[in-house]
Design a protein around this ligand. Sequence first.
Ligand SMILES: Cc1ncc(COP(=O)(O)O)c(C=O)c1O
Length: 373
Amino acid sequence: MEWVKFELEKIRERSLYRERVLREGLKDFCSNDYLALRDHPEVIRASEKALKEYGLGSGASQLVSGYTTYHKTLEDKLARFKGTPACVLFGSGYLANVGTIPVLAEEGDLILSDELNHASLIDGCRFSKAEKRIFRHRDYEHLGEILKAERKRYRKALIVTDSVFSMDGDVADLKTLYELSYRYDCMLYIDDAHATGTIGDGRGSLKEFGLEWRENVVVMGTLSKALGSYGAFVCGSKALIELILNRARSLIFTTSLPPSLCAGAIKSVELIEKNPEIVSNLRILSKGIYDRLKELPVEVKFHNTPIIPIIVGSEAKALEMSSELRKRGIFLQAIRYPTVPKGKARLRLTVSLRYKEEDIAELVNTLKSLTCY
Ligand SMILES: Cc1ncc(COP(=O)(O)O)c(C=O)c1O
C-alpha cells in the first residue's frame, strides 16, 4: 500500500492537499448559513419537538417507512415557496443532483452544462448516459451555437446550470436561458442551492428574474445553506416528481432525512416568508462588506450575492493566507483546484446575518494587515 503515501505526496507537492480544520475558537467567515437560521430559537424549538416525537433517525428510505408528515409538509411548503406544482426531498444537494439528472437525460439525449457548474451537477451529468457539451461560463451565445448545430440530432435536451454560482457568487441569466430552452425545446435544470434564501425575496432565482415556472423547468435547492438545516429538494411537475420517486437511485436506495431536520427547515421557510426583509438585509450587509474589502491588493468579486471570493491565484499563496488568518483567529478556507480552475485559488468569503459590526471590523482589518499578498 505504498502507493497511498505516494499519491498523498503528489497532492502535497501541488499545494492541493486538503485537511479538515476544527472550527471551534475561530471566527467562521466561510459557512453558508447566510441568514443565521441554523440556531434561530424558533428553528431549534421546532426541530427539538420533532426530535422528541420521532427520535434521531428516520429509520428507512422514503419509499419504505421513512416518509412522515414532516417530510410531506416540507415538500408542500417548498413547492409553494418555489411556485411549482410539486417537490420531493433528497438526503443532500449532492444526492439530488446525481440522482435527478440521469432521470431527466438518458442515452440518446443531450446535456448542456455551464463550465463552472458545481461538482455535484458535473457528477450528475457524468452518471447520465446522455451526450454532454460544456458551454463557456454564462456565455449563452456559445450555448445557442451548440444548440443550433446539435439539438436536432437528439431526442431530449437538458440545460444544466447553477443559478448563483457557488465559488464566484455570480448569477446565471435565467431570462436568456428560459428563452433558449423554449426556442430549442430543452428542459432547464436550475441549481438554486445558493439562491434559496438569498435572492428573489428568498424564493430564489425564478422570483429574482420575475419568471413563472414552466413545465420544462426543474428547480433544485438545498436545505443546508440559507435554510440552516441539512438535505435538499427538487421541484417540478407532479408527473416528473413521480418519475423521480420511481427512478432516482440516490433517493430510492438511501435512508430519508431525519424528521427533526425537516421540521427545522419548515420553520426556516416560514421565517423567510414572514420576514422577507432579512433577505434584503443580507444584500445590504454583503454590499457593505464588499465596499470595505474592494481596496485589498487582490481582486475581490461581488455580484450582489453573499458569496464574495477574494481571488489569490496561486494555490500555495491561498493556503499561506488562510493559515495566517487562522493564526489570528479568522476562519476563511482556501478554495483550490479542482473546486475552482487551476491558478484561480481564492478565499471564499460568505456573508451571514450572524456577523456583528465588531466581527466585520476584525475581518476587514486583519485582511488589510496581511503582508503575504
Ligand atoms: C451549487 C451547489 N449545488 C449542490 C451542492 C451540494 O449540496 P449539499 O451540500 O446539500 O450536498 C452545493 C454545496 O455543497 C452547491 O454549492
